[in-house]
Design a protein around this ligand. Structure first.
Ligand SMILES: [Zn+2]
Length: 290
């Protein structure tokens, strides 16, 4: 577990996570209810947390609006950080950098290696020039794009598309990214027919070969034990989205179907409660809290 000492940046918390062999939780939100659930859970446990917003999530929330929400917590002294999750263009990455997000993911994982390297280099250069404190994450190896319930493993994802140690080293060397997301058996979304297994050996090998924190995407559906093993092997940020979305929907649905309640803050509160259960349980696993 990470004590909330006088630390300010995501970079510093990541250094501490490495030292303590724990991971920082990254949870995607679409609105103020999701934000509330994540922040309250992290605050109750006393751990740092990252709010993630994909391109679609931040276009719904507002790129600047969610930054303002996170700033309210930052000003209260809470270690809540904001990440521009899966950003598919250099322009959208620059917009997040201009809005002073704590980190941004330029996702060229579906593109050929050289093209991925090129667009990632452009974002790293833009960040270094304009806001050098902002961390840039690169991705290598396709793991699907949809944070929903899936009938099968997304097309184009297989053991063959997992990131090799050599490719990871080369990609990081060429792009100079601050954070790296490999494909190691993880998939975006929840696979109803059974989640593929994480390649713990590969995570360990990549972590030993490179000098930047590793990020595990698409951890919804992986068991607590698998995730704990991945953290032990070197993962420093774990992403959860789909499980949170399902909990939110279930919570609101239960309330709306069982009463005639019309006050949004009452039926939305049920969604918040259900999300909090997931966030708290995951944060305990990520931070080694019993
Ligand atoms: Zn992801």
């Amino acid at each position: 577990m990470i004590e909330l000492v006088l630390m300010k940046t995501l970079r510093e918390y990541l250094d501490l996570a490495k030292e303590k062999k724990v991971a920082i939780g990254h949870f995607n939100v679409s609105d103020s209810e999701g934000f509330k659930a994540v922040v309250e859970s992290a605050t109750e446990l006393g751990v740092p947390v990252i709010i993630g917003v994909s391109e679609n999530e931040r276009s719904f929330l507002g790129v600047a609006e969610i930054r303002a929400l996170v700033n309210v917590k930052k000003d209260e002294g809470l270690p809540v950080f904001l990440n521009a999750d899966h950003t598919y263009s250099v322009e959208a990455s620059e917009e997040a950098i201009n809005n002073k997000y704590d980190s941004v993911i330029i996702d060229g994982a579906e593109k050929p290696f050289t093209e991925n390297v090129f667009m990632t280099q452009m974002v790293v250069k833009y960040a270094r020039t304009n806001h050098p404190e902002i961390m840039v994450e690169g991705e290598l190896g396709f793991i699907g794009k949809s944070s929903t319930l899936l009938d099968e493993i997304p097309e184009g994802v297989s053991e063959d598309t997992q990131t090799t140690v050599e490719d990871a080293e080369q990609f990081i060397e060429l792009t100079q990214v601050d954070l790296f997301a490999p494909s190691v058996g993880n998939v975006h979304g929840l696979v109803s027919t059974g989640e593929p297994k994480l390649n713990i050996e590969r995570i360990k090998a990549i972590a030993e070969a490179v000098n930047v924190p590793l990020v595990l995407h698409g951890a919804s559906g992986n068991s607590d034990e698998e995730i704990a093993n991945a953290i032990e092997a070197g993962i420093r940020i774990v992403h959860i989205n789909t499980e949170l979305r399902l909990a939110y929907r279930e919570g609101i649905k239960k309330k709306i179907m069982s009463t005639d309640e019309v006050a949004p803050y009452k039926f939305m509160a049920e969604g918040v409660e259900e999300m909090k259960k997931i966030v708290t349980q995951k944060l305990k696993v990520f931070n080694g809290i019993k």
